[in-house]
Design a protein around this ligand. Structure first.
Ligand SMILES: Cc1cc2nc3c(=O)[nH]c(=O)nc-3n(C[C@H](O)[C@H](O)[C@H](O)COP(=O)(O)OP(=O)(O)OC[C@H]3O[C@@H](n4cnc5c(N)ncnc54)[C@H](O)[C@@H]3O)c2cc1C
Length: 463
């Protein structure tokens, strides 16, 4: 099943397809899902306990999910903004999360190096650009919050001229440069990790969807948790759920996260002469300050990746390969490339794809291991899982192997968000917020005035 992702198309890993599960099995750790979360967890468990038996069950192929389809942003961000996280917890907690996440960017790059994975990383940082005067207040507010919380160190505020020396974006008024970020080739990273964990002794079975996960103590003659598939049942000391958006499709887990589609368009390679008009030699990750998420990266072979949210949420949290493409949203993303870079208004596009991200009710990921059920999980990255999944893998491995983790005080660890509302309330709420964000962005762009911060939609979007 092709996802249409350029990253999976250009992996060149030559690894043969892996066979499915071939009957019942008994292991120490069973992991459901072979994306970044499942693979980092396996890697870290086996580094801590090389003798552990680890089995990863994947419904499709390794990297098939968001890990093989994303915007290439390896950053230190989580979806809950520092200001909102400080309101919910404390400034000290925000500083601890920031330190852990900044270190995570280094950890990912170091692990790829150690494991001999060429993830084609370019460490250019993140440029959050105010496009239009109406985006300046949001940029200034964000920076003031980071200063107040004591996490603005290393960040630079660029005026329009300084920004233009790096990248020439239409109507750019300034930017915040955060050095803690790298553009990576996620396909190479995820497939490289899959090979690496096999070298460490893990077994990956593909085309083996888990139908159900039974907590410890349930089911005939076994004390451990079990993963039930139509090719056999796996009994384990612990089962780790690493299914991100697909968690919403599993019995007993349906209202834990809301699957929302993020979509991407990719240009053909752009000639060096045309790149000279644009700049962007530093391969920084780019986004604006508007409410509807946008994200850009420059690929190693000189293409522009433009991603954004805005594709409609599907009633009942449905996920389908058909939703990976949405004509209206993809067309809008293509016009956005010309809007950002008028010099490239005639550039051709080669790819359009997408995939579901997982939003918990409070946008905060949860990394948990429940000793009473034997089930661990790391889900709910809200579109920011490339870095966070590595931290999650380390935390889960600590908990599985040592029963404790130095990250126990981070708000994501042991976190249990409240569940989403039943349908049709969930659909009504999601569609309202999506529509309101788009309308507020459009009004701000038209009027040149920043959207207020007090409306219902703004409050719902304040994360
Ligand atoms: C279009 C898009 C762009 C994004 N851009 C960025 C970005 O630039 N930066 C960033 O930080 N984050 C980004 N994200 C989010 C990020 O990619 C994810 O948070 C991260 O990859 C999640 O990794 P994961 O391993 O938890 O989940 P996934 O990679 O989604 O893996 C889950 C795996 O579980 C498998 N699975 C599902 N159900 C079952 C089952 N029943 N049995 C067995 N296996 C199952 C799936 O096939 C899949 O392979 C983006 C996401 C999307 C969709």
């Amino acid at each position: 099943m092709s996802t249409g992702s350029y990253w999976l198309e250009t992996v060149d890993d030559g690894s043969p397809p892996r066979p499915p599960l071939d009957g019942d099995a008994r292991v120490d750790v069973a992991i459901v899902g072979a994306g970044f979360t499942g693979l980092w967890t396996a890697r870290e468990v086996l580094r801590r306990d090389p003798a552990a038996s680890v089995l990863i069950l994947e419904a499709a192929t390794a990297g098939f999910g968001a890990s093989g389809r994303n915007g290439a942003w390896l950053t230190a961000s989580i979806a809950v903004t520092p200001g909102e996280l400080a309101r919910r917890t404390s400034p000290a907690t925000v500083r601890a999360v920031t330190a852990a996440m900044r270190d995570t960017v280094d950890q990912v790059l170091r692990a790829a190096d150690e494991d001999g994975i060429d993830a084609q990383a370019r460490r250019g940082g993140v440029l959050r650009i105010a496009r239009g005067v109406h985006e300046l207040p949001s940029m200034e507010r964000n920076h003031a919050t980071l200063q107040r919380l004591g996490i603005a160190d290393g960040l630079e505020v660029l005026d329009a001229t300084e920004l233009g020396a790096r990248v020439r974006v239409d109507d750019a008024r300034g930017a915040i440069l955060d050095p803690h970020g790298a553009a990576i080739h996620p396909g190479r990273l995820v497939r490289g990790l899959a090979r690496r964990v096999e070298d460490l002794g893990a077994r990956i079975v593909e085309h083996t969807p888990a139908i159900r996960i039974d907590p410890a103590g349930r089911g005939a003659g076994t004390a451990g948790p079990r993963v039930v598939t139509d090719r056999g049942t796996v009994t384990a000391d612990a089962v780790v759920l690493a299914t991100e958006a697909w968690t919403s499709q599993l019995p007993r887990h349906r209202r834990e996260v809301l699957p929302l589609y993020s979509l991407i368009v990719l240009t053909e390679p752009i000639s060096d002469a045309r790149w000279a008009d644009v700049g962007w030699a530093g391969h920084e990750l780019l986004s604006s300050h508007r409410l509807t998420v946008d994200y850009l990266s420059r690929t190693p072979d000189g293409r522009i990746l433009f991603g954004g949210r805005g594709a409609p949420y599907h009633l009942g949290s449905r996920i389908s390969p058909a939703f990976d493409r949405h004509g209206t949203t993809h067309a809008l993303l293509r016009t956005q490339v010309a809007d950002w870079f008028p010099a490239l208004s005639d550039v051709a596009f080669s790819h359009a794809w997408g995939g579901p991200i997982a939003m918990p009710r409070d946008w905060l990921p949860s990394i948990t291991l429940d000793p009473s059920t034997g089930i661990g999980r790391a889900v709910g990255y809200t579109g920011q899982g490339v870095g966070t999944s590595n931290l999650a893998g380390r935390v889960l491995a600590d908990l599985l192997v040592h029963g404790d983790t130095p990250f126990a005080d981070l708000p994501m660890v042991g976190h249990r968000p409240r569940r989403w509302e039943p349908e049709p309330l969930r659909w009504l709420g999601a569609r309202y917020v999506q529509g309101a964000a788009a309308r507020l962005d459009a009004r701000a762009a038209r009027s040149g005035r920043a959207p207020g911060t007090r409306g219902l939609a703004q409050r719902l979007l304040r994360h």
